[in-house]
Design a protein around this ligand. Structure first.
Ligand SMILES: *Cc1c(COP(=O)(O)O)cnc(C)c1O
Length: 398
């Protein structure tokens, strides 16, 4: 392959409307809370059905706000997966809490409700289900446990825009939900996020935190005649120019997601044969969940080396990657909180590979990736030949 033909793991979706909106955003000389921020809030509300949407500078910021809103105090415990991004845990450690990592289900790689139940203690303050790859956690069970024990539920829905559980958008089911518009997610603002406030009693404080600890929003709404320092807070708000970029993406959110879903479906059908032969495990789901094709991964049978697979694919001009190094195995966590074993998390995380998935990935490129994957296992790609022609029309023109 030529260098320019190298198939990258991620190519963020960009379209023509963006530069126009960003230019308009700049012309307005408004840098926060302008027209595009309002438009984004309304569109996210429409897409998700969330009661209240606050635009944040990142999903990390939304998680940090959530930890404050749940009144997490030093010594509190917060239950979450270890198989997640560091921000899920850091947001609570910043408040002096201890993240309590529990194991995941082997098929969805999401929190295992029976493990949550065992981990609940007097000190537990909240549960943080993270919807991996836009596939819903078992929210019914999680909500029931939270209700029984008086716990907050904060959904880390960073990857889950346009993903549902029983027709409810992910991030709108718990007390709070956080979404990411980081450039590695399906819909991007460059850097950006949203806090979905579903528990109305948290809204007033959420607005104060967003405005760096002031009642500026109440001032803008005409409720007070000047704004002052009323609480802790930080620079959690999204900039107007990021909102301009985000709005142009949100307008195309369905299209972008559908294009990704075609790529996802083709991988899934093509790799069925590998799963039947016991060589890999494909992504699993639960009843009632509809995902947004954020990610396509395979778990390699332990006999095959993931490192070798990644190297072989790279030699063929394809970038496949691993994903989270479990948080409980990091030196930082072990030194601070001690060692722990989570067998499912460790087994799955150490044998996962993720494939290129984005709207501009062409059918030709995807066929090539599938073929080289089969080649790695010394198999002919029957599945692709049979089904390939039917599924080839997946490259989105941009
Ligand atoms: C991407 C991601 C985050 C962080 O999002 P940012 O917008 O980059 O702060 C947090 N949690 C999960 C699960 C993520 O995938």
């Amino acid at each position: 392959m030529n260098k320019q033909d190298f198939i990258k793991f991620n190519v963020p979706f960009c379209n023509k409307g963006e530069s126009e909106y960003i230019a308009k955003g700049l012309d307005s000389k408004i840098f926060e809370g302008g027209e595009y921020s309002e438009k984004c809030k309304h569109l996210i509300q429409k897409i998700t059905g969330a009661k209240y949407v606050l635009l944040t500078s990142s999903c990390t910021a939304a998680l940090e706000m959530s930890a404050i809103l749940a009144d997490v105090q030093p010594g509190d415990e917060v239950i979450m997966p270890s198989f997640t991004f560091v921000s899920t845990a850091n947001a609570f450690i910043l408040r002096g809490a201890k993240p309590v990592f529990v194991d995941i289900c082997p098929d969805t790689l999401n929190l295992d409700p029976s493990a949550i139940e065992k981990a609940i203690s007097e000190k537990t303050k909240a549960i943080v289900p993270m919807h991996y790859s836009g596939v819903s956690c078992q929210m019914e069970e999680i909500l029931a446990l939270a209700k029984k024990n008086g716990l907050f539920v904060i959904e880390d829905a960073a990857q889950a825009l346009l993903a549902n559980y029983n027709n409810e958008h992910l991030g709108t089911i718990g007390d709070l939900g956080t979404i990411s518009f980081h450039y590695t997610k399906n819909i991007i603002a460059g850097f950006g996020g949203a806090l979905l406030v579903n528990n109305e009693s948290l809204l007033k404080r959420a607005k104060v935190l967003l405005h760096r600890g002031t009642n500026r929003e109440a001032f803008l709404e005409g409720q007070v005649d000047k704004y002052t320092w009323v609480d802790i807070g930080s620079s959690f708000i999204m900039g107007e120019q990021s909102a301009a970029l985000l709005f142009s993406q949100l307008e195309k959110a369905q299209e972008i997601t559908q294009a990704r879903q075609l790529v996802w479906k083709k991988y899934h059908e093509a790799f069925e044969e590998l799963e039947l032969q016991g060589l890999v495990q494909r992504p699993g789901t639960i009843q009632g969940a509809s995902h947004n094709a954020h990610n396509y991964y395979l778990i390699l049978n332990q006999k095959k080396s993931r490192t070798v697979f990644i190297e072989k694919m790279y030699e063929k001009g394809i970038q496949v990657t691993f994903h989270y190094q479990p948080l409980h195995q990091s030196q930082f966590y072990i030194e601070k909180f001690g060692a722990q074993t989570l067998p499912v998390t460790e087994a799955k995380a150490s044998s996962m590979v993720r494939f290129p998935i984005y709207p501009s990935l062409t059918a030709k490129e995807q066929n090539y990736i599938i073929e080289k994957t089969y080649r790695f296992f010394n198999l002919k790609c029957k599945a692709m030949r049979v089904k390939g022609d039917l599924l080839c029309q997946n490259s989105m023109k941009i």
